[in-house]
Ligand binder design. Structure first.
Ligand code: ADP
Ligand code: MG
Length: 278
C-alpha cells in the first residue's frame, strides 16, 4: 500500500476534525469501523494539474473479503467538479471513503490533494447544531482561533454556498437542500482542497437539488484550487460537471468530458437528457 498526499498551502493535517468524525459516525455507522486515518508517512506533492490520481486500487470488504474495488484508475483535474456515476452497489461510496482516508486497507496507489472534507447523503445526520452559524463553526472548535477569524471563515463559507442570509437561522427551519448547503459550508470552513460529496441530492426536490449543485459549482469556480467529487445516480446532474466517470462492478469503465459519459450511457440504453444550458 502506498499513499501519497499533496499539501497545498497549509501543512496542517485536518482529517481528524471532531465534526468530521461525528458526521461519519452518524451517517454511516455500518461502514465506518475505523477512525479516519490518513498516513503521513509517505507525504509527497502531487505533480502537475491533477488533484487525484489513483492506480489499480483494490479493496476487499466484509467477512468474505469480497473484492469491492477491482482496479480503479482515476485522474481528476484540480478545480474540476467531477461526477462519479454508476449503478447501486458498484463501489462509488467505497471509492469516496478510500479517498477520504476512511478505508485504510487497500492495494494500489493514490495521490491526492489534502485535506479533504466529506459530506454524506442525509442532511439530518450532519447538521447538528441549533443555528446555522454554530453548525458551520463547529469543526473550527478544535483550533485556537480568534472570534473574528471564526466569524470570517463562517461568513465566507456560507457566502460560497449562497446561505449568507441564513447565518442566525435555526437549522431545523431549513429545507433539506439548505441543510446540505450548510453541511458543505461546515466542511469548507476547514479549508479543504478536496470535497467528497456522496449522493447529496437523493432526498431533495428539484429546486433544492439544483441549489446544492449550483453551490458546489460556485465553490470550484470561485476557489479554483478546490476539487469536488460528486457521487450521483441522477444523469441530469451531468450538466453541472466539468468531467465525469462511470463505474461498474468495482472499476471505472468510462471517463472524460460530460458529453463522452452521456454517449457512453446511451450505448448502455439509458435515457440521458441533453444539457439545457444552466
Ligand atoms: N463494510 C462492508 N462490508 C461488506 N461489504 C460492503 C461494505 N460496504 C459496502 N459493501 C458492499 O460493497 C459494494 C459496493 O458498495 P458501495 O461502495 O456502497 O456502492 P455504491 O455506493 O456504488 O452503491 C456493495 O455490494 C456493498 O454491499
Ligand atoms: Mg453509495
Amino acid at each position: 500500500m502506498k499513499i501519497q498526499h499533496s499539501y497545498q498551502g497549509s501543512s496542517s493535517h485536518r482529517a481528524s476534525s471532531r465534526k468530521y468524525h461525528l458526521r461519519c459516525r452518524a451517517a454511516d455507522q455500518h461502514d465506518v469501523q475505523t477512525k479516519p486515518s490518513v498516513s503521513q508517512s509517505h507525504v509527497n506533492v502531487i505533480s502537475g494539474y491533477d488533484s487525484v490520481v489513483t492506480h489499480e486500487l483494490r479493496v476487499k470488504l466484509g467477512q468474505t473479503q469480497r473484492e469491492v474495488l477491482r482496479g480503479v484508475n482515476l485522474k481528476i483535474k484540480r478545480g474540476h467538479l467531477h461526477m462519479l456515476l454508476g449503478p447501486n452497489g458498484c463501489g462509488k461510496s467505497t471509492l469516496l471513503k478510500l479517498l477520504g482516508g476512511l478505508i485504510p486497507q487497500y492495494e494500489g496507489t493514490v495521490q491526492l490533494d489534502q485535506p479533504s472534507g466529506f459530506v454524506f447523503q442525509n442532511p439530518d445526520h450532519q447538521v447538528v447544531m441549533p443555528t446555522v452559524a454554530a453548525d458551520v463553526a463547529f469543526g473550527l472548535g478544535r483550533y485556537t482561533l480568534k472570534e473574528e477569524v471564526v466569524l470570517s471563515s463562517v461568513t465566507s463559507s456560507l457566502k460560497l454556498v449562497n446561505m449568507q442570509n441564513y447565518m442566525y437561522r435555526a437549522t431545523h427551519t431549513l429545507s433539506g437542500g439548505q441543510r446540505q448547503r450548510v453541511a458543505i459550508a461546515g466542511a469548507l470552513a476547514e479549508n479543504p482542497k478536496l470535497l467528497l460529496l456522496d449522493e447529496l441530492t437523493t432526498f431533495l426536490d428539484v429546486e433544492d437539488q439544483f441549489g446544492v449543485l449550483e453551490a458546489v459549482r460556485n465553490i470550484t469556480h470561485v476557489k479554483g484550487d478546490v476539487t469536488a467529487i460528486w457521487v450521483t445516480h441522477r444523469f441530469e446532474e451531468l450538466e453541472y460537471a466539468d468531467s465525469a466517470s462511470y463505474m461498474q462492478d468495482g472499476s471505472i469503465v468510462s471517463t472524460g468530458r460530460p458529453e463522452r459519459i452521456r454517449s457512453f450511457l446511451r450505448t448502455l440504453g439509458a435515457s440521458v437528457p441533453q444539457p439545457s444550458g444552466k
